[in-house]
Design a protein around this ligand. Sequence first.
Ligand SMILES: [Ca+2]
Ligand SMILES: [Ca+2]
Ligand SMILES: [Ca+2]
Ligand SMILES: [Ca+2]
Length: 273
Amino acid sequence: MSRWLQLRIAQTVDFGYQGNASLGDFVWNDMNGNGVQDPLEPGIPNVRVYLDLNGNSAFDAFEPSALTNTSGSYTISGLPAGTYTVRVDPATLPGGVTQTYDLNGALDNTAVVTLTAGQVLTTVDYGYIGNASIGDLVWSDENGNAVFDGATEAGIAGVTINLIRDLNGNGIQDGADSVVAQTTTNGAGNYLFSGLIPGSYLVDVTDTSNLLDGTTQTGAAGVTDPEPVTVAVGDAYLLADFGYAARRRSRALSTTMPTTTACAIRAKPASPA
Ligand SMILES: [Ca+2]
Ligand SMILES: [Ca+2]
Ligand SMILES: [Ca+2]
Ligand SMILES: [Ca+2]
């Protein structure tokens, strides 16, 4: 009797009795590659996780398995107590990813866990960083021509931007689409979302500090807000640029006026004395 057949029979007998332990529960896009599930970092859907009962490092049809759902969650349940080799099937991962986390051992898409009867183990998670990115500019479009004229125009610092995963790729936030990252433009007005898996996203200028009040978006080559962007493996999409007209004038006023007022207020008590 082959080893495979022996294992298959053993497996059939074991699972014939149907235990009540389970394991899971998350495969995620570790965008910053730190091996930690940071807030907002999204799950990766449609990844197969399986118990490699015959130890051949491949998924076989009789092996218990689960696909991650749209949130990246999975559960393999009905398990008898025992030790299991839990693997991610690399063929079901998005392209261009590098593993950053699994529960134990090397970063080999594999964790070995021991379940007691009825145990619910939810720490069998797997993290992956992608190699696509989206950016990269918010600027003051002085002449309103929807072009960044670098010699005479400047970026706008401190503007908050959300990245939304557009799961159904329809260009709007709906269904299970959620914010997967947040950032703020730097001193040069640049921003970058990196570590992304391929797919569709929306870049949403949220400007929670109201730096763009009183301005009008001029767009760059038809850029809207939110701007839909679809990236493939390895793409560095740097054309999600947002121009705003009349920005320089309103900022000059807002920074000059309080200073003048403050000087006048300080000067007043001084003159009677
Ligand atoms: Ca992380
Ligand atoms: Ca196998
Ligand atoms: Ca311009
Ligand atoms: Ca959508």
